[in-house]
Design a binder for this molecule. Sequence first.
Ligand SMILES: Cc1cc2nc3c(=O)[nH]c(=O)nc-3n(C[C@H](O)[C@H](O)[C@H](O)COP(=O)(O)OP(=O)(O)OC[C@H]3O[C@@H](n4cnc5c(N)ncnc54)[C@H](O)[C@@H]3O)c2cc1C
Length: 421
Amino acid sequence: MKIPSDAARAQVKFDAVIVGAGSAGAAAAIALARAGWSVALVEQQRFPRTRVCGECLVAGCQPLLAALGVAAELDGRAGPALRRLTLHCGEQELSTELAAAPGDGWPWGRAPGPGTLDDLLLERARAVGAQVLQPWALRTLQGGAGAWFCELRAVESPALLRLRASVLIDATGAREGLPGRPEPRPPSPDAADLFAFRGSFTGTALAEGVFATLALDGGYGSMVVGAGGITALSCCIRRDRLSGLRCAAPGLRTGDAVQAWLQRECGGVRRALAGATLQGPWLASGPLVPGARLRADDEVFRIGNAAGAAHPILAEGSRHALQSAALLCARLLKDRPGSPVPDGLRQPALQRAYAADWQRVLAPRLRLAALLAHAAMRPRSAALLMSVARVWPGLLVSGARWGRGRAAPGPALPVQQPQSS
Ligand SMILES: Cc1cc2nc3c(=O)[nH]c(=O)nc-3n(C[C@H](O)[C@H](O)[C@H](O)COP(=O)(O)OP(=O)(O)OC[C@H]3O[C@@H](n4cnc5c(N)ncnc54)[C@H](O)[C@@H]3O)c2cc1C
């Protein structure tokens, strides 16, 4: 559907408006547009966007990406296969080979580097007919299931656009929710809140194909060499620990203080960064609020982090995002393309069914990630983890298997074969 030039005054009608074109939003746009729905995909940032992410894709992403028709193209740009897992705690290091995942997909996770997946998914959404509005932001939202009224504002001009839609999908990645939708008040600031940081380096001593997990006193993190030889170092750090770092080094920029902390705390980071060069500034975001946000009685459908965010210790965020989009679209399309767009009366039942799928498939992984994250952040439990893993290295592989395994069962993405656009 093309937006007419006088659209600011008129209301353009879509079957679905999806807010946010990260992995979740773009995946949902592809699935719905390929099933014949008219879809508007609204994204406020230009790509490549600024975001804090380790940029790894676990092997379980591959079947989901294949169903969306982007796996073959991504394959050539997905960076090194991650065949080895290392665990770093203080000066200690444990290392183990990862077994190949069974099946025809990726045997191991991959490290494509920033922006690659975003670009491919957005290109694909456009190619299958979704109307991509970028950079536009959702400004106000009125109505309800079956009849939504969205007002969008162009980010780089004063232009406004009004859209109507039967289905509204929140893929904003945000805990705040959409404008005008009442959300439970965010918890007040707490010492245990986590802030996320990411630095990109060239010339590190980290070997390609290694996914390095960092257990830190008051945080956790990861390092990986991605496509183009750029090493992504990302971490989460508690608010109280971060405040301490800033007080101790008031002249230092926060990202540099975090880097100094990582090098001081962790021998693996120190060795990897010896002789390395930071590319651009450190990126920061937070506080992160891991946990489920999906509600079975909501009128808006939420996917990706907007539905629930995992502690990023297993590098599973993209898989969660893609899989939640697949679960929702399977429900909306009733497991077959060409289904009619559900009206406002039908949507509550679909929401309940989707929420149940999400709880069954994704909630256990959020809990596992939380368990591992809390173990990694506490010196005693991290030391215990190291001791057990030293005696039983299979523990590391079992933990990683959750991250790199096949997509967990649930309704399949309705359109399985890549189609030409
Ligand atoms: C430190 C750290 C490391 C991580 N490492 C990894 C990793 O290695 N591998 C991995 O898979 N995951 C990782 N993740 C998690 C991953 O980045 C997220 O889980 C994933 O990006 C979520 O995707 P999403 O589509 O839900 O949201 P996002 O990717 O956040 O996309 C949401 C989009 O919505 C847009 N938006 C928001 N509000 C509006 C609005 N009002 N109007 C229009 N657009 C809007 C935003 O601009 C954004 O582009 C990491 C996270 C952190 C914090």
